[in-house]
Design a protein around this ligand. Structure first.
Ligand SMILES: Cc1ncc(COP(=O)(O)O)c(C=O)c1O
Length: 396
């Protein structure tokens, strides 16, 4: 007799991005030449000085449990980062260090959301937000933003979506999967709506903050709207900016009470994040930031090559982003041209006929689209675009 599992898990889908990366890896292992544009992590190695900090931590015996919510030294480095980059002031009890930004977000949803509570999630969204909300018994409410709207929600849309059940709004800028970011003015305008609804908290997922090439500097809601800082929880981490996805260090900053509740959840699940990774993250945040600039320059170059190249392909449309390492293209014309039944079969078609792995837009709440990651070499991008072009050529 099969073991019965909880009803809670039946509501949750496995991560589509991980599923696509695994499918591409399987085909590669079977000998197929696959170019994967489906990954959500930098293709660079973790910079040497950060690696060295971890080696030193091992040698110095920093291999034991740490406080559940992170070492005081790392918390201080995070506090200094917020001061330096965002003009935000926090005390140690307002910081929680987790095993990745993902765990901070998970803890936050668990700490805040009761069954029946609504969480506003602008779409296209990062795949994990709605399932985290479902796992807490809450209701994800999506606010659709189109390519024409720059994949950003408007104040009017936000106003209309807020109900008596709304507890939390998720902002992710620059966003996964779109690479689009809210300007200072746009954040201010959203802030004016939020002013009228004091019971709505905001989580600002700033994980792509440093992969940024827009003219105007990066802005985050708590900085632009100081009056909202009290009910804004900022989530960030070292995964994307410092090529440290495997080290699993992320963090949250916000009101001391909500952080305390998040710490309680972490204390009864995973406890402290890896002590060695914490030492590495401390070095990442405090030492020279030249490595971040170097990697960002490379992402920018790839972005500037990929956007026009995709727009030249038949039936694909995309626009430039401000950061992150993704282009989110409207593929509906190409899907129709090929007579396919949506973005999932479209991505399967390209995997089969072009040997290129993408992630279908429906995983991000935007059917008819596909996410192209440019966290790979420019040579791979060139080859991928050429192969997709061949696969999309009308049969003569
Ligand atoms: C928007 C967004 N938030 C959070 C995360 C999680 O980051 P971490 O690796 O630090 O858990 C990701 C990772 O893909 C992401 O794209």
């Amino acid at each position: 007799m099969p073991i019965r599992t909880a009803q809670r898990v039946a509501k949750v889908k496995p991560s589509a991005t991980i599923a696509m990366s695994m499918k591409a890896a399987e085909l590669k292992a079977a000998g197929r030449n696959i170019i994967s544009l489906s990954m959500g992590e930098p293709d660079f190695d973790t910079p040497d000085h950060i690696q060295q900090a971890a080696i030193d931590a091992i040698r110095e015996g920093r291999t034991r449990y740490t406080p559940v919510d992170g070492t005081p030294a790392l918390k201080d480095a995070i506090i200094e980062k917020f001061r330096r980059d965002n003009g935000l002031e926090y005390a140690r009890e307002q910081i929680l260090v987790s095993s990745g930004a993902k765990q901070s977000l998970y803890n936050l949803v668990q700490a805040m959301i009761d069954p029946g509570d609504e969480v506003l999630i602008p779409a296209p969204f990062w795949v994990s937000y709605p399932d985290m909300v479902r796992l807490a018994g809450g209701a994800p409410v999506t606010l659709q933003a189109s390519l024409e709207a720059g994949f950003k929600i408007t104040p009017a849309q936000l106003r209309t979506a807020i109900t008596d059940q709304t507890r939390l709004l998720v902002l992710n800028s620059p966003g996964n999967p779109t690479g689009r970011a809210y300007t200072r003015d746009e954040l201010e305008a959203l802030g004016e709506v939020l002013d009228r609804f004091p019971r709505v908290a905001i989580v600002s997922d700033d994980i792509y903050e440093h992969i940024w090439w827009a003219q105007e500097p990066f802005s985050t809601l708590a900085e632009v709207c100081p009056h909202l800082a009290e009910r804004t929880i900022v989530v960030n981490g070292v995964s994307k900016a410092y090529a440290m996805t495997g080290w699993r260090i992320g963090y949250a900053a916000g009101g001391a009470e909500v952080i305390k509740q998040m710490r309680k959840i972490q204390g009864q699940s995973t406890s402290n994040p890896c002590s060695i990774s914490q030492a590495a993250a401390e070095a990442a945040l405090t030492d020279s930031q030249a490595c971040v600039e170097r990697m960002c320059k490379e992402f920018h170059k790839r972005h500037d090559w990929l956007v026009p190249a995709l727009n030249e392909l038949p039936g694909l449309h995309c626009s430039p982003g401000e950061g992150a390492f993704y282009v989110f293209a409207d593929c509906s014309e190409a899907i129709e041209m090929l007579g396919l039944d949506g973005d999932q079969p479209f991505c399967e078609y390209l995997l089969e006929h072009a040997g290129v792995a993408l992630v279908p837009g429906s995983a991000f709440g935007a059917p008819g689209h596909a996410r192209f990651s440019f966290a790979c070499s420019i040579e791979n991008l060139e080859q991928a675009v050429e192969r997709i072009g061949e696969a999309l050529k009308p049969a003569s």
